[in-house]
Design a protein around this ligand. Structure first.
Ligand SMILES: [Zn+2]
Length: 403
């Protein structure tokens, strides 16, 4: 009896999770979209019409065995797929039926692995971490270091992607805009991420991430998650329910408004990877709207975290390379930064001078302890040099002021 019960329970649990995407589509506080005006003013600016929006990405790889510790190449293959799909440069655009080609869009959103970490140091944008957890449920545990996962990087500047082993047939899930920043991002099962390495058909073309990031950018499922529901997008036709596998065009349901039926090849349906190939103009507008002034992803504009020359790689001169005597953080800087040395007496009595790029001295301060906080609130944004003098040789650092 116990065995039958257990079998039944397993069967039911498989049925419950037999769903490609576990995203719960809720409307968060920050998802009220203000389309704003297209101008630049003050500290934050608005989006500029047709500008390419760059989203820095950090991939947190949580592995319990070597197969789950996917390669850099597999990660890169996923970034390339995102950049194809979001710019309609994917090789399968020809599979979009002609009637839907008219509304297919290049969203002009691109993704790059971060080159600068939250402390201003150089990074590959890939964090690898062994976990004792053989699998995770879709309950956000993978987003916390103290629960076997890895803490999010600042979600106002980075798209966090957690790649791990998800339970059952769950391939991924996302957090819709406006939620908790500590859990903001998407989670993708390791064997559906990218199109090389540890991937398995029919989810082996990287479209799980394309779909989940669509949710992260505010898009709902094309059937609106209810019978003949609405996704709020004007150019995706109503459809009765999710499509799985590979439907044949046209796929008509009782909710179809014309003979073209479902847009089952939309990235926000649940078709197999090889059978999805477009976002629409309406979806593009919805996604880009989040970056407008006053909206939840506006802070992504101009953050330059994919430009490695903005990273601090230790002192330019005067240190010992990999383990700098002096650390400067955060860098890039918003209002203030810290000068720190692990050596107790190194900084005490030394003089910190900040110069503009043309050599004009704008700030001078005598350092007193191991940890010194320097206020740069009144300094305008741009590139500066910090010289720490008073030893045999000066220590020189490049500083980036971002606001
Ligand atoms: Zn979904």
């Amino acid at each position: 009896m116990k065995y039958i019960y257990l079998t039944l329970l397993l069967f039911i649990s498989q049925l419950v999770v037999a769903q490609r995407c576990e995203t719960i589509v809720t409307v968060g506080a920050g998802s009220i979209i203000n389309y704003g005006t297209e101008s630049a003013n003050g500290h934050s600016r608005d989006t500029i019409k047709d500008e390419v929006i760059i989203v820095p990405v950090v991939v947190h790889i949580l592995y319990n065995n070597s197969t789950q510790n996917i390669s850099d190449e597999q990660v890169n293959s996923q970034i390339n797929i995102l950049n194809a799909d979001y710019r309609r440069l994917n090789s399968d655009t020809s599979n979009t039926p002609n009637v839907f080609k008219k509304v297919a869009a290049d969203s002009r959103i691109v993704f790059c692995l971060a080159k600068v970490d939250p402390d201003g140091y150089k990074t590959t944008g890939i964090v690898r971490k062994y976990t004792k957890e053989p699998l995770f449920l879709a309950d956000d545990q993978m987003k916390y270091s103290n629960k076997g996962g890895d803490n999010a990087w600042d979600a106002t500047k980075y798209l966090n992607i957690w790649v791990c082993n998800l339970f059952g047939r769950t391939l991924g899930y996302a957090q819709m805009p406006g939620g908790n920043l500590l859990t903001d991002g998407v989670v993708i099962k390791y064997n559906t991420f990218g199109n090389i390495g540890a991937v398995s058909a029919p989810y082996n073309k990287g479209r799980t991430a394309t779909h989940e990031i669509g949710h992260w950018l505010g898009l709902k499922h094309t059937w609106g998650d209810t019978d003949c529901g609405d996704d709020g997008i004007y150019d995706t036709p109503p459809q009765k329910a999710a499509n799985t596998g590979c439907a044949n065009f046209p796929h008509i349901s009782s909710c179809s408004i014309n003979e073209y039926g479902d847009m089952f090849m939309n990235f926000m349906d649940l078709s197999d990877d090889q059978c999805m190939n477009l976002f629409t103009i309406g979806q593009k507008q919805e996604m880009r709207g989040l970056f407008a002034k006053g909206n939840s992803k506006n802070s992504f504009l101009d953050n330059d975290l994919c430009d490695g020359s903005n990273a601090q790689a230790g002192p330019v001169y005067g240190g010992d390379g990999n383990k700098p005597d002096i650390q400067i953080y955060p860098n890039p800087i918003q209002n203030q930064f810290t000068i720190y040395s692990a050596k107790p007496n190194l900084l005490s009595g030394k003089i910190a001078k900040i110069y503009t790029i043309t050599g004009k001295l704008i700030l001078m301060e005598t350092l007193k302890t191991q940890t010194n906080q320097i206020d740069l609130k009144i300094v305008s944004k741009g590139l500066y040099f910090l010289r720490i003098e008073g030893g045999d040789k000066p220590y020189i650092f490049k500083l980036i002021k971002t606001q």
